[in-house]
Design a binder for this molecule. Structure first.
Ligand SMILES: [Zn+2]
Length: 512
C-alpha cells in the first residue's frame, strides 16, 4: 500500500512505500485448475488442446496441462475455473519497452525517431519531477498487463538525481503485478566511476528490498544501452559496466531510417566485437537497416533481437526482413516499445502488424504463419531474454502466467481453429482475465493488485502539470532543448524543427 503526503505548500508529494516491494516468487494462493478449456500451450509441438485443463500448484507454477480431465485426485482446496468456450494461452512477453512513456501518446507524429525524440523527450523530459516516474512506469506496466503482457523488459530512463528515485521506476512497474526485467541505464552526464558507484548502490537497494536482481530469474536487472546511438564513447562505458557487473545488455541499434544515420551506425558495428559484447548476453532492439555481414555475425555469435512492428510502423523506421534474419539463425523476439511510439500496447495488434507487413513484402502467405508470430511474442521473446525455462509457454514447472481469452462475442465467433483465431481476430476486447504466477491480476479490465483510480488520477494531474510547463516555456520563449545525441549534432539538426507539433496536428479550435 502506498501512502501519499501532500506538503503544506501543496507543491509536491512524498511517496513512502510501506510494502516490501518486489515480486514474490512464491505465493500463498490456493492451487487452481482451469477446466474444459481450449488450450494453446505454445510448447514445441505446434498443437492446441481442443478441450483440456491447466493445473496450477500453490507456488504458482504449472503442475499439469493436458487433454480431457486430470488423472489425479483434486482436493477441495483447488479453485476450479470453468474454461468452457474460452482459450487459455501464455501471457505475452514484451522484449523491449519504455514503461515511463505511458502517458505521452500521439506526439511527434510527423517525424521519424530523431525528430520524435525532439517532440517528446526533449520537449517533455525536462519537466519530469522525480516522483513522476514511479507513477508513469506503474501506469505503463498496468497498461501492458491489461493487454495480456505478463513479462516486460523495461528499458528505463535514468535522469534521477538520487539512486532511490531511480529505483522508484522499478518499484512502480513491479507494483502493477507484472514480471519486470529492469533495464538499467547509465547516465551520460556522469563519469564511468560515478556510474559504477551509482549502479552498485542501485543493486544493493533492490537486494535489500527483496527484488531478486540476478539473471536469468525474473525479475532481473539488465543493462539498458543506447549502444552506438551516441557513438563509441557512450557504448564503451555501457559495455564496461555490463561486463563488470555481469549484466546482459539490450541496446537500440539501427532504428532511425535516414541513410546518413544508417551509414554511421553500420560503420560502427565492429565496435561491438572490439568490446567483446557480441553473444547471447547482447540483444539488439529494432535492428532494421542491416547488411548481410551484420546478420551473419549476429547469427553466428548468438546475439538476439527484438522486433517492434507497431513502433517501427508508427515511426516509419522500416521493416526488418524477419524471414531473412532467421536464415542466419537469429533468435527474434517481439516487443511493444514505449507507449509514446507504439501508442497502444496491444500484442494482438503487434502480431498482426508484423505478420501482415512481412506477407505484403513477400506477397507470399506462407512466409509467416499465425503460429510463427504467436511464438515470437511468447516463447521466442523468452528465449531472447534467456528466461525460456521460466515463462513463455504453458509447460510443467514454468510460472503459470496465462491469459483467458473469450472469443464468444458476436464479431469473434464461432471459432474454427483456435491458433489462427487468436492471432487473426482477437484483441484486448476478448481478454477476460490475466494471471501472473497463478494469481489473477486483471479481471475484465479491473486491476486487482492496484488502486486503478489513484493511478489514473496521479498520472493525469502530473501530465497536466508537465503540459502546462511545456506551454509556459514555449510562450516565454525560454525553449532550449539542447541536444541529446552527442556526436551526431549536425545530423540531428536536420531532423529537428522549432515547431513543437506539425501545423496539421495538435491544434485545438479557438473561439473567434
Ligand atoms: Zn526503444
Amino acid at each position: 500500500m502506498d501512502f501519499l503526503f501532500k506538503l503544506p505548500n501543496g507543491s509536491f508529494f512524498v511517496l513512502l512505500s510501506l510494502l516490501v516491494v518486489g515480486f514474490t516468487s512464491s505465493k500463498a494462493s490456493p492451487p487452481l485448475i482451469v477446466e474444459n478449456a481450449t488450450i494453446i500451450p505454445v510448447d514445441g509441438s505446434g498443437e492446441y488442446i481442443a478441450s483440456g485443463y491447466l493445473l496450477v500448484d500453490d507456488e504458482g507454477k504449472v503442475q499439469a496441462v493436458g487433454m480431457g480431465e486430470p488423472s489425479m485426485e483434486l482436493g477441495p482446496e483447488v479453485m476450479r475455473i470453468d474454461g468452457s468456450g474460452k482459450i487459455i494461452m501464455p501471457g505475452f512477453l514484451s522484449g523491449h519497452s519504455h514503461l515511463y512513456q505511458s502517458p505521452f501518446r500521439g506526439l511527434g507524429v510527423h517525424h521519424t525517431l530523431l525528430g520524435w525524440i525532439y517532440c517528446y523527450h526533449m520537449s517533455y523530459g525536462p519537466f519530469y519531477d522525480p516522483s513522476d516516474l514511479y507513477w508513469f512506469s506503474k501506469h505503463g506496466a498496468m497498461d501492458y498487463l491489461g493487454h495480456g503482457i505478463t513479462t516486460i523488459y523495461d528499458w528505463t530512463l535514468n535522469n534521477s538525481e538520487t539512486v532511490d528515485d531511480y529505483v522508484d521506476l522499478y518499484r512502480g512497474s513491479l507494483d502493477s503485478g507484472a514480471r519486470i526485467i529492469f533495464g538499467f541505464g547509465s547516465d551520460m552526464g556522469k563519469s564511468l566511476d560515478e556510474n559504477r558507484t551509482y549502479l552498485k548502490e542501485y543493486l544493493s537497494i533492490i537486494e535489500d528490498e527483496g527484488m531478486d536482481a540476478s539473471h536469468p530469474r525474473v525479475p532481473a536487472v539488465w543493462m539498458a544501452g543506447l549502444g552506438l546511438l551516441n557513438g563509441r564513447e557512450r557504448a564503451t562505458m555501457e559495455f564496461t559496466l555490463a561486463r563488470e557487473f555481469d549484466l546482459p545488455m539490450q541496446v537500440h541499434y539501427l532504428e532511425e531510417p535516414d541513410p546518413t544515420y544508417v551509414a554511421i551506425q553500420r560503420g560502427l558495428f565492429p565496435v561491438y566485437d572490439d568490446l567483446e559484447m557480441m553473444g547471447p548476453n547482447l540483444n539488439f532492439a529494432h535492428f532494421i537497416n542491416v547488411t548481410d555481414e551484420i546478420l551473419q555475425r549476429t547469427g553466428e555469435s548468438k546475439t538476439t533481437m527484438i522486433w517492434n512492428p507497431l513502433s517501427n510502423g508508427r515511426l516509419a523506421s522500416g521493416l526488418p526482413d524477419i524471414p531473412h534474419y532467421q536464415e542466419f539463425g537469429i533468435e527474434v523476439g517481439m516487443g511493444i516499445d514505449g507507449q509514446a511510439s507504439a501508442d497502444i500496447s496491444d500484442p494482438f495488434e503487434n502480431m498482426r502488424m508484423g505478420m501482415y507487413a512481412i506477407r505484403m513484402k513477400y506477397q507470399n502467405a506462407d512466409v509467416m504463419m499465425p503460429l510463427d508470430v504467436l511464438r515470437m511474442h511468447t516463447i521466442g521473446t523468452a528465449r531472447t531474454l534467456g528466461i525460456e525455462d521460466q515463462v513463455g509457454s504453458l509447460e510443467v514447472g514454468k510460472w503459470a502466467d496465462f491469459i483467458i481469452v473469450d472469443p464468444r462475442s458476436m464479431e469473434t465467433s464461432p471459432v474454427i481453429n483456435p491458433i489462427e483465431h487468436v492471432v487473426l481476430t482477437c484483441s484486448v476486447a476478448n481478454l477476460e482475465s490475466v494471471y501472473v504466477g497463478g494469481e489473477k491480476v486483471v479481471d475484465d479490465g479491473i486491476f486487482l493488485k492496484v488502486d486503478q483510480e489513484a493511478v489514473q488520477h496521479e498520472v493525469t494531474w502530473r501530465l497536466d502539470r508537465i503540459q502546462e510547463q511545456v506551454d509556459d516555456s514555449l510562450e516565454a520563449e525560454t525553449w532550449d532543448r539542447g541536444t541529446v545525441l552527442p556526436g551526431l549534432d549536425e545530423y540531428q539538426q536536420n531532423h529537428f524543427s522549432d515547431d513543437h507539433e506539425h501545423p496539421r496536428y495538435g491544434k485545438a479550435r479557438e473561439e473567434d
